[in-house]
Ligand binder design. Structure first.
Ligand SMILES: Nc1ncnc2c1ncn2[C@@H]1O[C@H](COP(=O)(O)OP(=O)(O)OP(=O)(O)O)[C@@H](O)[C@H]1O
Ligand SMILES: [Mg+2]
Length: 284
């Protein structure tokens, strides 16, 4: 089993869109996927239709430090399950927490370990091949516990100067904080930056080159994926239709998402959506 944490220290860069799309594509490639919505905005929870809504969700997982069947909902897509975020949002509290769940986590000594322990349980390992965790766009205990639960981190970066700078400073700061967990015996996983919403402007090209140059500063733990996700309305349309983007009629999106998944999971290289299931058309 491989656990991906989709992280970022900036809001609105495409974490939820990426989590939903890579999760669904990997499921369409024949693997069993569990999405985990660890963002109290609950955008991933609303991304796909559900065939079955479990009575419980993320709150129970965090409170108990374990996942049971009662926390796992089924999306309308085959092999794609989800732990829904059921934590109500509320006004930002004085301590910076924005939900009771974050408050609960903040007060726990074992906060960094909670989601990690829950996801690395035999039940999850036996039932899923890949876990994809969507995280909040701001630093806080949920992002922290989610990032430390992951084997690999994926971070979307926009090819715009402010986003690229934030990637360098914010990501570096977050990785620094995460590596403090080494005292607990946890090392943050390797990071793959994914350039998202790239357009054809010269500015975007320059910033992309800068991002690729700049990632060298992070050392061996950070790389930039060769696959670049373009800015394209199909990604928004896919969300509107509650459909994974590779199932929309776009060869570009189909190919880009495959390239990206193959980079993240090299064992899947050459495997296409629908490869193991007769019923899935490949949109080509
Ligand atoms: N490649 C793309 N092309 C065009 N639009 C995109 C692309 N990727 C994401 N978007 C759009 O950008 C917006 C933000 O995306 P998303 O919600 O995935 O970001 P996020 O990082 O999860 O945000 P938050 O920090 O609020 O959780 C959405 O409207 C989404 O449809
Ligand atoms: Mg999001």
């Amino acid at each position: 089993m491989v656990i991906f944490g989709v992280i970022g220290t900036k809001g609105g860069v495409g974490k939820t869109t990426l989590s939903a799309n890579i999760g669904a594509l990997i499921a369409d490639m024949g693997l069993r996927v569990l999405l985990v919505d660890a963002d109290i905005q609950a955008s991933l929870s609303k991304f796909y239709d559900l065939d079955y809504q479990a009575p419980l969700g993320l709150t129970e997982v965090i409170h108990r430090g374990a996942i049971t069947d009662a926390c796992i909902s089924h999306t309308a897509w085959e092999r794609l399950d989800i732990v829904l975020c059921d934590a109500p949002r509320r006004q930002l509290a004085g301590d910076g927490s924005s939900s009771d769940l974050e408050r609960f986590l903040q007060n726990r000594m074992d906060m960094p370990m909670i989601l990690r322990r829950a996801l690395r349980a035999p039940y999850i390992d036996e039932n899923y091949d890949v876990v994809v965790i969507d995280t909040p766009g701001a630093q806080g205990p949920l992002l922290f516990t989610a990032a430390l639960a992951a084997d690999q981190l994926v971070t979307p970066v926009l090819p715009e100067t402010p986003s690229a700078r934030e990637f360098r400073t914010g990501t570096l700061e977050l990785l620094g904080k995460l590596s403090e967990a080494a005292v607990l015996g946890i090392r943050p996983g390797p990071v793959t930056a994914v350039i998202n919403r790239a357009d054809r402007t010269n500015d975007a090209k320059l910033v992309m080159a800068e991002i690729r140059q700049g990632y060298l500063e992070f050392g061996g733990n950070v790389r930039v994926a060769s696959a670049v996700i373009p800015a394209a309305v199909i990604y928004k349309e896919a969300a509107t239709h509650r459909t994974p983007v590779h199932r929309m009629r776009s060869i570009q999106a189909f190919e880009t998402m495959h390239q990206l998944v193959w980079e993240l999971l090299p064992n899947l290289e050459g495997v296409y959506a629908g490869a193991t299931t007769d019923g899935i058309e490949s949109n080509e």
